[in-house]
Design a protein. Structure first.
Ligand SMILES: [Zn+2]
Length: 269
């Protein structure tokens, strides 16, 4: 799964989940909260690939996500990759293979997902809107990069950085103040989880069960068998998945906003 599909699956899951909560649990969200949650979940669904570094010194390579903020995020990815590799070697058991790259290890585990969700929630609770605006800035950047990949490629990272800053500022100005924002931590954690699931079906596997040792391996790669995973990741299926995710997102959005739009025109449904 490439960046755009990851981001799109994050958005689709958040919108569909919000629709289900709205419909079945009577849990309503304001349009702003909905938009912020969707963007954060889409950005969060790219976050685990921030462990794929390129060559910072030459400004080359790296995952889509690592290029969001130019050489700055490329550097962050380099750090993340080295930390991941360090954790891999610190916890590896005898049957775990040697590796020279930390990609698809620590950031593709359940503990990481929980830590990101909890950490974000704790930061927002402790620092309120200032933590919120910082996290939103980064997540909007990732979401823009993932959802509008062709535009982002043309626009370049400076424009993306400015657009993210603008969107974060708008949200900051319109968000009710003086409280924690568990929604943002939840959206980010859910996004990371959706990413891991996406990698599980389109790649040879992720160590989702770490740190549970299985057969003298701490980093057991779990996912679809290689042959099926490769097929699911093929171009045709990727396009099909992209269309399906877009349809799900569109339907959920219509389901969420239609009632309030209709009620404005006094139409009973
Ligand atoms: Zn990944």
């Amino acid at each position: 799964m490439m960046g755009p599909q990851h981001a799109l699956s994050g958005a689709a899951v958040w919108l569909a989940g919000s629709w289900a909560l709205d419909h079945f649990a009577d849990y309503h969200q304001s349009p702003l909260a909905l938009a912020v949650g969707t963007a954060v979940c889409a950005g969060g669904a790219l976050f685990p690939d921030l462990d794929m570094s390129g060559k910072v010194t030459r400004n080359q390579g790296g995952a889509t996500v690592a290029r969001t903020f130019g050489v700055f995020s490329l550097f962050a990815a380099e750090v993340m990759e080295k930390i991941s590799l360090g954790v891999y070697y610190a916890t590896k058991l005898s049957k775990d293979p040697r590796r020279n790259n930390g990609h698809r290890t620590l950031t593709h585990t359940l503990p990481f997902t929980v830590l990101v969700g909890w950490g974000t929630t704790a930061l927002c609770a402790a620092y309120g809107k200032w933590a919120v605006i910082t996290i939103l800035f980064f997540m909007f950047g990732l979401a823009l990069r993932g959802l509008f990949d062709e535009w982002a490629e043309r626009a370049g990272w400076v424009i993306i950085t400015l657009a993210s800053a603008g969107a974060a500022w708008f949200t900051f100005a319109n968000l009710p103040g003086g409280r924690g924002y568990p929604l943002i931590g939840t959206a980010l954690g859910v996004g990371c989880f959706v990413h891991i699931l996406g990698d599980m079906i389109t790649r040879a596997g992720v160590p989702i069960l770490w740190p549970i040792p299985i057969k003298r391996r701490m980093w057991m790669m779990i996912g679809l068998p290689n042959s099926i995973a490769l097929r699911v990741g093929s171009k045709a299926e990727v396009v099909g998945m992209r269309i399906a995710l877009t349809v799900v997102s569109a339907l959920a959005t219509v389901g969420l906003i239609a009632p309030s739009v209709l009620s404005r025109f006094d139409i009973e449904i």
